[in-house]
Design a protein around this ligand. Structure first.
Ligand code: FAD
Length: 521
């Protein structure tokens, strides 16, 4: 008999992993062996717009985890399951094949995943197998931060205040899961065989071949140790002068150990600068669960020496960063409380009838980073090059997509998901709906970013645009943000850079009109 830890694509680590720890403690108590199962589900990856980059990152991390598991004498079983709806039954068949008495997994909050787990739970129980689905993904469990009327929050600021009191009111919130020790129980012959002859981890999942896998491996190396090192650098070293990209990965050298001016210490100021290497770049690791959000917060709090979190502190880097991590929790809580957001529906249903444009040429220009607005193009080219974008760039690009091009936000959401290595339904959908004013932004729809003034704010040095838009690499000052405006036409033409595909002023008026009266032209 054995206990199974069912690992999924959001909890790809062994450290501070609650379901893994729980499975190990149940095994220890019952003197049973422990095994790990990972099931690939191409049908789900397709239905959920998983990017080949994220799938490749998953496979790379899984290989690294297999080595760690093997050093603990814990076998890993992998299989690809199709069609996706058969996964619960196939899982239970497998549990029976290995005489499992208990299966433990960390919860996933998307609708399809919840339905899948509910089915697996029912089928397993029918066979007398105990199931433990537990919370692990965010700092505070969805459903635990509620208004006085016991309702989920729909606005971030009051959520944050309550979230902080939950984090500080219960020391168990940030507690690290018990480390799993080497298997001491002798394995069943079947498990012994699996440990010696592991099931293969494919090079790629058919339909999800990652065309730039070498580049991605350079930008975003896999493994728990790498994730810890990315966090360490964020906490202890100064920002690099140069941007990442252009062959420089998240572990590129050149940083200086300097606690006083480390990136986290300067995050309050630096976080809105796309031209600086100022944010943690932990999102790929957090989205795939290669590092736990609790671990990040524990280290940040220990470093800053702060016992108290403050919702209104907008200067201290550690406080600000914690507030960003709370956004991740917020959007997951919204997703869990309002399942319609993971079904392509607007959070604010009154905007269901806004009229969207369908111009395929504009959609393609956006994807290619050829809109004629340098900051938007730099953002999209960073996305295409690195599978990642700075938060400010994501906001500017998404705003341009929805409010300037008036394209349906769901198309943009989809393209980001299909391109990012850190694609996460809750954060991506939350970010898009916030920008499209169909989501949780308490500001009304007339928050419309100006793609030129935003460029000057997000990229005051101009380094970001110059790096990602080589046609403009020789331009400086205001010309860089709106070259068509400041250069003689003939000179502008020589740049080989497109003229703006839309006039911002006109587009802004169209957006205001359509949002004001959803359904009108
Ligand atoms: P840091 O600034 O160092 O922040 C630390 C961590 O906090 C991040 O790694 C992330 O886990 C979390 N975080 C920070 N800001 C946000 C936020 N606004 N919303 C949710 N979580 C946040 N983030 C994703 O992880 N996956 C996505 O698919 C995703 N799509 C987005 C789409 C749009 C349109 C927008 C506006 C934002 C999106 N974000 C997404 C949020 C945010 O842009 C990224 O998390 C951030 O840029 C990652 O860089 P970092 O790790 O250096 O962040």
């Amino acid at each position: 008999e054995c206990v199974v830890y069912w690992m999924r694509m959001e909890d790809m680590r062994l450290k501070d992993n609650r379901a893994f720890s729980l499975a190990a403690s149940i095994a220890l108590e019952g003197k049973l062996s422990l095994m790990t199962v990972f099931l690939f589900s191409p049908g789900d990856y397709e239905a959920h717009d998983r990017s080949p980059r994220r799938i490749d990152f998953m496979l790379r991390n899984l290989r690294s985890l297999r080595a760690s598991l093997s050093s603990l004498d814990i076998p890993l079983y992998t299989a690809s399951i199709e069609p996706r709806h058969s996964l619960p039954q196939k899982l239970v068949d497998l549990l029976q094949e290995y005489s499992a008495v208990t299966v433990c997994a960390n919860m996933e909050y998307e609708v399809d995943e919840l339905r899948r787990d509910e089915r697996a739970l029912r089928l397993a129980l029918e066979k007398g197998i105990r199931c433990e689905f537990i919370h692990d993904k965010c700092i505070v469990q969805p459903g635990k931060v509620l208004t006085k009327q016991d309702k989920p929050y729909t606005v971030y600021s009051p959520f944050l205040r309550n979230w902080i009191s939950v984090v500080q009111g219960d020391s168990a919130t940030l507690e690290c899961a018990t480390p799993v020790k080497k298997n001491t129980v002798s394995l069943t012959p079947k498990l012994e065989d699996l440990l010696k002859n592991p099931t293969p981890i494919p090079e790629y999942i058919p339909g999800f071949e990652c065309k730039d896998k070498e580049k991605m491996a350079l930008y975003w190396p896999e493994g728990e140790d790498v994730a810890s090192e990315v966090l360490r650098r964020f906490l202890h070293t100064k920002a690099r002068k140069e941007q990442l990209g252009g062959g420089k990965g998240v572990l590129a050298s050149g940083e200086v150990d300097d606690l006083k001016h480390s990136r986290i210490m300067e995050y309050g100021e630096g976080r809105n600068r796309a031209d600086k290497d100022s944010s943690s770049r932990l999102s790929p690791y957090l989205a795939s669960g290669v590092i736990s959000a609790r671990e990040c917060l524990r280290q940040v709090l220990a470093l800053s020496g702060r016992k108290k979190l403050e919702a209104s502190n907008r200067e201290d880097g550690a406080q600000m960063w914690t507030q960003e991590v709370a956004w991740r929790d917020f959007y997951t809580h919204v997703l869990a409380a309002f399942p319609r957001v993971s079904m392509g529906r607007p959070f604010l249903e009154k905007f269901n009838t806004v009229k969207w444009e369908t111009d395929a040429k504009n959609l393609q220009a956006f994807k290619d980073g050829k809109t004629g607005y340098p900051i938007v193009d730099a953002a999209m080219r960073q996305c295409n090059e690195m599978g990642w974008m700075h938060n400010r760039s994501r906001m500017i690009a998404a705003s341009f997509f929805v409010k300037d091009l008036m394209l349906d936000w769901r198309l943009g959401e989809r393209y980001f998901m299909q391109s990012f290595i850190d694609g996460d339904l809750a954060s991506n959908n939350g970010g898009w709906q916030w920008t499209a004013s169909t989501g949780t932004d308490p500001q009304p729809y007339f928050r419309i970013f100006h793609p030129v003034s935003q460029a000057a704010k997000a990229d005051p040095s101009g380094d970001y645009i110059r790096q990602f838009v080589p046609e403009l690499s020789k331009l400086k000052g205001n010309v860089l943000y709106a070259p068509w405006e400041h250069m003689p036409h003939a000179e502008f033409e020589k740049l080989g850079y497109p003229a703006p595909i839309v006039d911002h002023k006109e587009a802004r008026e169209r957006a205001l009109r359509r949002y004001k009266n959803p359904g009108c032209e």
